[in-house]
Design a protein around this ligand. Structure first.
Ligand SMILES: Cc1ncc(COP(=O)(O)O)c(C=O)c1O
Length: 397
């Protein structure tokens, strides 16, 4: 069968190989007292809170299951707009909010609306691998720009300027980032946006982890920089609704009808049941629960990151959000005679029964030195993982 170039351009997701090998090892069993610990997971270990579950059941039993407008239920757009007002003190017009099937669909719509064949979009290296593929699926090219700890593993105005070419159409940033959990400093973001704007480009800002921010300096949306910036968000992370497939985007007024037309044709609408359920996310009881969870994620970070440092797995920039730690495993690789983070991830999986994600998928700049730990697991599991890694360290000298 002849496969289209477009599909062939999409790169494999190597992380899945690690996850598959880990599941296989777990299935084969092992010491009963040592079940595999999965610190490779990119989703909260919490489910939707009770009011949200109840709202979904009610929508089904009341037959509220027909298509909604392509841009989403008007009440939901309104509630999301209010959330920006309450949480960030920023008025956002509900008409600029488009509800989508997760951030993934929002990114796809943004790329299809704005990227022409051959257009280049600048992105940081490392960054979330799927975001590159949305650009590629729109026949554009993601240009990965190496980043450093001094830049919080993010693009800066200077690197954007240095890499801008005639073919550059804009930037795609994620703040906080997956895999590093680090955000762009608000002042730097402002400068980046100025550079992009002055070149007639677009700033696409993936803010899917914005709700999970632990540091006041960083926990602000970039939307206050003007209505020409596109923000992508989701119910997946802060709202613990990964599998419900619901997200949203805030777009410039001039883009609303373009995105609406694309969304009508490509998706008809996001899941109706999920949208009715999501209305309950903004009830005070649900928000209180989400804030408890945010505090739990912060407590895990505060406990776990210093332990990694002590284990000889330094985290060059303390994550200010999300639930990831980007740790340098080069010291371990040297000691164990391993080539890089890919081999280290397999060694940790086989010898310590701790599953982590090697840097490889996230880019190519220095990624053989880094692994991503996820703290979307209970404190107890994090403690066990640390003690197993400690034992492995003792064993390997
Ligand atoms: C940075 C980033 N953007 C987008 C997504 C896609 O999320 P979803 O489609 O579940 O909203 C993820 C998922 O892990 C992510 O980490």
């Amino acid at each position: 069968m002849r496969i289209a170039q477009r599909a062939r351009r999409v790169e494999p997701f190597y992380v899945m190989e690690v996850a598959k090998a880990a599941r296989e090892l777990a299935r084969q069993g092992g010491p009963e007292q040592d079940p595999m610990i999965f610190l490779n997971i990119g989703e909260p270990d919490f489910t939707a809170p009770p009011l949200v579950q109840e709202a979904a059941r009610r929508a089904i039993s009341e037959g509220k299951t027909q298509y909604t407008p392509a841009t989403g239920l008007p009440e939901l757009r309104e509630r999301i707009a209010n959330w920006y007002g309450q949480r960030f003190g920023l008025p956002v017009a509900p008409e600029r909010i488009i509800v989508t099937a997760g951030a993934s669909a929002a990114l796809q719509l943004a790329c299809l609306a704005l990227v022409d064949a051959g257009d280049e979009i600048l992105m940081p290296d490392p960054s979330y691998p799927c975001n590159r593929q949305f650009i590629s699926a729109a026949e554009g090219r993601a240009v990965l720009v190496p980043t450093s700890p001094a830049e919080r593993f993010q693009l800066s105005a200077a690197t954007v300027e240095a890499h801008w070419s005639d073919r550059t159409r804009g930037v795609l940033l994620a703040s906080p980032s997956n895999p590093t959990g680090t955000s762009i400093h608000p002042r730097e973001l402002e400068h980046i946006h100025q550079v992009v704007r002055s070149r007639g480009g677009i700033t696409l800002l993936d803010e899917i982890y914005l709700g999970l921010s632990y540091d006041e300096t960083f926990g602000q949306t970039g939307l206050h920089l003007g209505d020409d910036l596109i923000s992508i968000n989701s119910f997946s992370k802060y709202f613990s609704m990964t599998g419900w497939r619901l997200g949203w985007m805030v777009v410039p007024p001039a883009l609303v009808s373009v995105i609406e037309q694309l969304a009508q044709n490509l998706f008809i609408c996001p899941s109706t049941v999920a949208q009715h359920a999501a209305l309950a996310c903004f009830e005070p009881d649900s928000i209180a629960e989400y804030e408890r969870r945010r505090a739990e994620f912060k407590a895990r970070r505060d406990w776990f990151v210093p332990r990694l440092q002590a284990l000889g797995l330094p985290v060059p920039v303390v994550p200010d959000g999300a639930f990831y730690a980007w740790a340098d495993c080069s010291g371990w690789c040297e000691r164990m005679g391993l080539e890089g983070s890919w081999e280290f991830a397999f060694a940790a999986m086989r010898q310590a029964r701790v599953v982590i994600t090697p840097g490889r998928d996230f880019g190519s700049h220095d990624t053989a030195r880094f692994v991503r730990f996820s703290t979307a697991s209970s404190m107890e599991q994090l403690q066990q993982a640390v003690s197993r890694l400690h034992m492995l360290r003792e064993m390997t000298g």
